[in-house]
Design a protein around this ligand. Sequence first.
Ligand SMILES: *[C@@H]1O[C@H](CO)[C@@H](O)[C@H](O)[C@H]1NC(C)=O
Ligand SMILES: *[C@@H]1O[C@H](CO)[C@@H](O)[C@H](O)[C@H]1NC(C)=O
Ligand SMILES: *[C@@H]1O[C@H](CO)[C@@H](O)[C@H](O)[C@H]1NC(C)=O
Ligand SMILES: *[C@@H]1O[C@H](CO)[C@@H](O)[C@H](O)[C@H]1NC(C)=O
Length: 688
Amino acid sequence: MPTAIISTFCLSLMVKLCSSVCLHDSVQQDTHVVSPPNVIPHTTRIIRRSTTWTPQLPLRVTPWYLPGESALLKPSQNTQLQSAMREVIKIISNMLSVHRSEGPLLLNRDMNKYCHFVWGDPSLLNYRRCGSQDASYHGERCLDVVIPDSHLYGYEVWPMNGTEPDHIIPDGTGVPSTDFLLYVRVAQTEKCALQPSVIAYASYCQLDHLGRPIAGVIVFCPNRLRDGVYQHQHLVQVCLHEILHALGFSSSLFEHWIDCSFEGHVCSSRSRVTNTDERGQLRIYTPKVMQRMGEHLGVGSIGAPLENQESPTSSHWEARIMQGSILTASLSPPHLTSLDPITLAAFQDMGWYGVNTSIINHLVWGKGAGVHFGLPSTCQVRLSGFFCRDEGDIGCHHLHLDKGNCSTDEFMDGCHIYKPLLHGGECWLKQETPGLDEVYHPQSRCFFSNLTKEMKREKVKGRCYLHRCLAPNNFQIKVQGSEWTDCPAGEWIEVKGFEGLLLCPDGRLCLGFDRPPVPTSVSTVTPFFSTFPQTTSPGIRVQLSTLVNVKWSTDKKNLLAEEVLGVIAQHAGVQRCLLQASTQLDKELSFVLMVGEPNNCRPHPTGSSPHSTILKLIDHPITYESPHFSTITIRFLSLDSHNKSLSQLGLIIGSFGVLCCALLILAVCWCKHRARLLQVRDTNPAQP
Ligand SMILES: *[C@@H]1O[C@H](CO)[C@@H](O)[C@H](O)[C@H]1NC(C)=O
Ligand SMILES: *[C@@H]1O[C@H](CO)[C@@H](O)[C@H](O)[C@H]1NC(C)=O
Ligand SMILES: *[C@@H]1O[C@H](CO)[C@@H](O)[C@H](O)[C@H]1NC(C)=O
Ligand SMILES: *[C@@H]1O[C@H](CO)[C@@H](O)[C@H](O)[C@H]1NC(C)=O
């Protein structure tokens, strides 16, 4: 079984490599696509959108898990798959909106399939109607998935000249609240077996009257669903990549993209989406794409390049120029990949979607690098700060989270880049370091350096050292045993106690996008008020602030809250288990801290109560270096301004050591806090 051997071998590599081949283009070729009747593709010039104006609302993707197939998976794998799907659907509904159609979604049947012949004589009453059912018709499919009749429109068979149909198949009930129906299949298909690095692949199979895909299928290769802390992000990334193809970023759909930028309710087909530039590179030339691509490279508007190693037309961005985009043919690990502005622009130019441009996204690769960036002829010049030359050279991946190995691949046209190392290159992943002065820690990043304590000369390499953010693009570094040292972006610096130099990267660190991945296991962490025993102590509002913006998913908020509670406990000298957040972190990153006496916690040593200890922290913000979120400042707020002055007073008197006065004032605070806390609770009725 040579295939089996190869796939097991590659499988063990895959999780580390995290790069997957994308089968979308070849799968799409095998997918029969059905459009509504009366839509003649490619010839329509003007398309009516609708007669009544409707607002664009978030795109609702409904996953349809095929019954029975979940039996192929372990329960943990099912959970994993469904939680990845949920996350992707959330990302997409945040990103895209559509003019929704009324009623449940119904899919079309292909008349060429169900109908044996159509009345063709214009003098007939039933001209162009189906005259006879095809005996071999067995319903519709979406790739290999049989579409349930309940999801399909019905059809009628008519006599030559009668006024009643001979035969009626009624409409199905449809799928409610759905703008895109996604059949989810889990199967060890031939494609899974042949391509050992493929985790999932997807295609669309139905279009609406504007050409927008309304149904598709995603197939998961069950052998590739594995356990592991970082596997969730990996699965989310692959799913998102594939679904973005099925929603419109597909070479077979480029000619369906429409221009709806006119006044009124009409759209027109785009005359040309792709074209070849003077160097033979195929590019997408639509208005927003050209504008964003130009802004990214720091030039005027310019078409965005498609992968030239996939013929004839690729559904991926050119790897040399768009490293780190979610839509390149070979994906980097999830923490090094983003939903980039040029991909978002492409979805704007499709004409079907409203795109949420406030989604935080970035593309670091090639930023401001000019019109000649990433050409096979220019990538050999090391000056660019992006490419490298010497194969096997150990440097840093361009986001500086990981060490990189200078290498190339089938999509790079001979250009070399620092690809994340297969093993042990994650500076952000805490691990023991063999000798050297390196530190692997969530707060570490990769730096080009030849720092050494010995007198011998060292080659400049990628090394992991601690860093901390002072402001965007402004940071300090710490080499084991050294002081924190300023690291001006773009300069080589010396470090006290070491020979050699270290390069401070410019435009890469402390800008909010060099975040190490958050382990998925945090989703099971609930730092929030759940089983915490009711206490009589009033809550304290805790306000967090960070130097740089992070996209606050629930996972990240949970992780942050968990971390902050730990820091507070440490500062106040109270046990962690006494503290709980009564609410989720809100938009402003604040929450109400509760101090309790849960059973599983040793009683607090007598003396000052933990609650009053924490109240003393009011007006003393704690600032600390978070391993996951850069610098965090924790402020403790009284629950209203009147209280604040009281507690300030309390603090002053307290610091004079007049204990009984302090207690009196705390008692006043207690009532105020409590009243306010009740308000806070009232506004959060959903809190269990
Ligand atoms: C747009 O994206 C931002 C950031 O992800 C999100 O907070 C907001 O809810 C989104 N808006 C819509 C309409 O989905
Ligand atoms: C069908 O009916 C129309 C009028 O209803 C008639 O003119 C025509 O001749 C009929 N055709 C045939 C083939 O019977
Ligand atoms: C770097 O990549 C080359 C192949 O391009 C490989 O032979 C070498 O072992 C890799 N080095 C490390 C440290 O991963
Ligand atoms: C470090 O590298 C720089 C630049 O290549 C070189 O000038 C210097 O001599 C090196 N220092 C050591 C200690 O190797």
